[in-house]
Design a protein around this ligand. Structure first.
Ligand code: MCA
Ligand code: AMP
Length: 506
C-alpha cells in the first residue's frame, strides 16, 4: 500500500537524526522524531474515528506540532483543512458547515466558543496549543508511533484550502496528493534546495505559501527550518547568519528594508530570498539588492494551482516579472473575449494547466466548470503578458480582489457586512496603494440622510464579523457612488480618487 505524498516525504526525509525544525528557543525536532510523533497523532486521529477522505479542520497557532498534525492527516488519509487563526466564530461557522469535517482542532482557549458550532454541524472538537498542551496530544501520548499509513493515490485529496469567493462566500479548493508533490519537487529543483539548506519560516501555516511552498519543499528536500511564530524583522536578522533561505510576502521585504541592521554582512550567508503572494514592487527589489547584494526571486501562484511560474535561480531575476512556467506546467495568455492565445507583448487572461492544478471547488461543480476553458486550462483571473524573453508579467487583475500583506480580501464579502448595518444605503470596497501592505482595504460608504454613522461605529460593528486583516483601514463617507451607464459602480474612479490616502505627506 502506498501513500503518494507521504511516501515521498518519508523517502527524502533523510537520516532520522537530521534536524527538521528548530524553534527560537533552540528546541530541535529531528526527522526521526517528526515521523514518530506524527505516527502517534495519526493513531489518535484514527481512534477518534477519522477515516480516509474525512476532513479535519484545524485552527491552531503556528508550532512544530501543528506541522506534525498536518503530516498525521496525510498519513491517516484525512483531508487537511487549515483555517486562518484570525477568523471569527461567524466565519468559522461557514467553513465547518460547508466542509463537514469529522474533527475540528482548535486551541484550548477557543474550545468553548467553537464547540457549539462544531456540534451543530456534527463534528467533534479536540485541542492543540502552541506549547504542545491540549487534548489531542494527551490522546496521542498513549498511542504507538508505528502507524500504518492509509493508502492514498495521486488523485486522492490531501487538503482543502478555502479561497475568498468573488460572490462573497469562500470556495474550498480541493488539492490532491499529486498537486502538492509535483509542485514541491518542481520548486525544490528550480530553487536548488538541498539537505544543507535552512529556511527562515516566518509565514503563517494556513495558506499555500507557508504550508505547501515552505513546508513541503523543506520536507521533500530533507532540509531544515527555523520555525518562527510570526514575522519579526529583528529576529530574522539574528537568524540570517545561521540560515540559507527565506520565503516571504512583499511586506516582509518592505519591513526588513526599514530595519537598519539589514546590510551585506547580515545577509552574507544567505543563498536565496523568495517573494510571492502579491506583487513585489520593482523599487523594493532594487533597494533590497542594493542593500544586501541579493536579487529577490519572485514567483507566482494561487491556492487553486500552487506555484505556476518562477524567476530563474541562475540567470536574470527580472524585477516586476514572475519568471517562467515551472517544469511540467503550461501557462498561456489568452484573449478573454475570443479565447485566442496571444503573442508575446499582448495582454490577456493568464491560464494554467498541469499537475499542479486543483481538482475543483468542494461541492461546487458549476463554479469549477466555469473556471476552466474547454481545453482544460484554469482561468486565473489575473491579467498578464509574456515578454520577448519568455518572462511572465502580471499587469493587473480581472477579478475584484484586494491583496493586503499577502492576504486576499474579496470586496463583496466586506461590502455585504457593511450593507447590513442600519443607516447604510450601499458601499464599495477597494484596494488603495499602501506603503506597507501593498494595498489597504478601503470602504466608501453611502448612508441614509440623517444617519449618524461614524467611521468608528462601522469598524466596531465589523469587529466580530470579519477577520482583522479584512477590516477596512479607512471608511470614507460619500453622497453617492460613481456608476457607469449600465449602473455598475466604477471602482476604477474610486481607486483613482483615493489613491494617495495612505501616502505620507512629503
Ligand atoms: C496584520 N494586519 C493586517 C495584515 N496583517 N492588515 C492588513 N493586511 C494584513 N495582511 C493588521 C493587524 O491586525 C494590526 O491591526 C496591524 O495590521 C498591525 O499588525 P502587525 O502585528 O504589525 O501585523 P503582523 O502580525 O506583523 O502581520 C503582517 C504580516 C502578516 C507579517 C504581513 O499579515 C503576514 O504574515 N502575511 C502573510 C500572508 C500570507 O502568508 N499569504 C500567503 C497566502 P490593528 O493594529 O488595527 O489591530 S497564499 C497565496 O497568496 C498564494 C497561493 C501564493 O502565491 O503564495
Ligand atoms: P490566493 O487566492 O491566496 O491563492 O492568491 C492568489 C493570487 O495572488 C493570484 O491570483 C495573484 O493575483 C496573486 N499573486 C500571487 N503571487 C503573485 C506575484 N508574485 N505577483 C503578483 N500577484 C501575485
Amino acid at each position: 500500500m502506498s501513500n503518494h505524498l507521504f511516501d515521498a516525504i518519508r523517502a527524502s526525509a533523510g537520516a532520522g537524526g537530521a534536524v527538521f525544525i528548530e524553534t527560537a528557543d533552540g528546541r530541535r525536532w529531528t526527522y526521526g522524531e517528526a515521523l514518530r510523533v506524527s505516527g502517534q497523532i495519526a493513531s489518535a486521529i484514527d481512534v477518534l474515528g477519522v477515516r480516509p477522505g474525512d476532513r479535519v479542520a484545524v485552527q491552531v497557532e503556528k508550532s512544530p506540532l501543528a506541522l506534525l498534525l498536518y503530516l498525521a492527516c496525510l498519513r491517516s488519509g484525512a483531508v487537511y483543512l487549515p483555517l486562518n487563526t484570525a477568523y471569527t466564530l461567524a466565519e468559522l461557522d461557514y467553513f465547518i458547515g460547508d466542509a463537514h469535517p469529522h474533527l475540528v482542532i482548535v486551541s484550548s482557549k477557543a474550545r468553548a466558543g467553537v464547540e457549539a458550532i462544531a456540534r451543530s454541524h456534527g463534528a467533534i472538537v479536540e485541542t492543540l496549543d502552541a506549547d504542545g498542551g491540549g487534548s489531542l496530544m494527551e490522546l496521542a501520548a498513549d498511542e504507538q508511533a508505528d502507524f500504518i499509513d492509509a493508502a492514498r493515490g495521486p488523485d486522492d485529496l490531501a487538503a482543502i484550502l478555502y479561497t475568498s469567493g468573488t460572490t462573497g462566500r469562500s470556495k474550498g479548493a480541493m488539492l490532491t496528493h499529486d498537486n502538492l508533490l509535483s509542485n514541491a519537487l518542481a520548486l525544490r529543483d528550480c530553487w536548488r534546495v538541498t539537505p544543507e539548506d535552512r529556511l527562515i519560516h516566518a509565514l503563517p501555516i494556513f495558506h499555500t505559501h507557508g504550508l505547501f511552498v515552505a513546508t513541503n519543499v523543506t520536507l521533500i528536500a530533507g532540509s531544515s527550518m527555523f520555525l518562527l511564530p510570526k514575522f519579526d524583522p529583528a529576529e530574522i536578522l539574528c537568524l540570517m547568519p545561521r540560515s540559507t533561505l527565506m520565503m516571504g510576502v512583499p511586506t516582509f521585504y518592505v519591513r526588513l528594508l526599514q530595519h537598519e541592521g539589514l546590510d551585506r554582512a547580515a545577509a552574507a550567508g544567505m543563498r536565496l530570498f523568495v517573494s510571492g503572494s502579491a506583487p513585489l514592487l520593482a523599487e523594493t527589489h532594487a533597494s533590497f539588492e542594493e542593500r544586501t547584494g541579493h536579487a529577490i526571486l519572485e514567483r507566482y501562484g494561487m491556492t487553486e494551482t500552487n506555484m505556476n511560474t518562477s524567476n530563474p535561480y541562475e540567470g536574470e531575476r527580472k524585477a516586476g516579472t514572475v519568471g517562467f512556467p515551472l517544469p511540467g506546467v503550461s501557462v498561456r495568455v489568452s484573449d478573454p473575449a475570443t479565447g485566442r492565445v496571444l503573442e508575446p507583448g499582448e495582454t490577456g487572461m493568464i491560464e494554467i494547466k498541469g499537475p499542479n492544478v486543483f481538482k475543483g471547488y468542494w461541492r461546487m461543480p458549476e463554479k469549477t466548470a466555469a473556471e476552466f476553458t474547454k481545453d482544460g486550462y484554469f482561468i486565473s483571473g489575473d491579467l498578464g503578458k509574456f515578454d520577448e524573453e519568455g518572462y511572465l508579467h502580471i499587469v493587473g487583475r480581472g477579478k475584484d480582489l484586494v491583496i493586503s500583506g499577502g492576504y486576499n480580501i474579496y470586496p463583496k464579502e466586506v461590502e455585504s457586512e457593511i450593507d447590513r448595518l442600519d443607516g447604510v444605503v450601499e458601499s464599495a470596497v477597494i484596494g488603495v496603494a499602501h506603503p506597507e501592505f501593498g494595498e489597504g482595504v478601503t470602504a466608501i460608504v453611502v448612508t441614509e440622510p440623517g444617519a449618524a454613522l461614524t467611521e468608528k461605529a462601522v469598524l466596531d460593528a465589523l469587529g466580530d464579523r470579519l477577520a482583522r486583516y479584512k477590516q477596512p483601514k479607512r471608511i470614507i463617507f460619500a453622497q453617492e457612488l460613481p456608476r457607469n451607464t449600465m449602473g455598475k459602480v466604477q471602482k476604477n474612479l474610486l481607486r483613482d480618487r483615493y489613491r494617495d490616502l495612505y501616502q505620507k505627506a512629503p
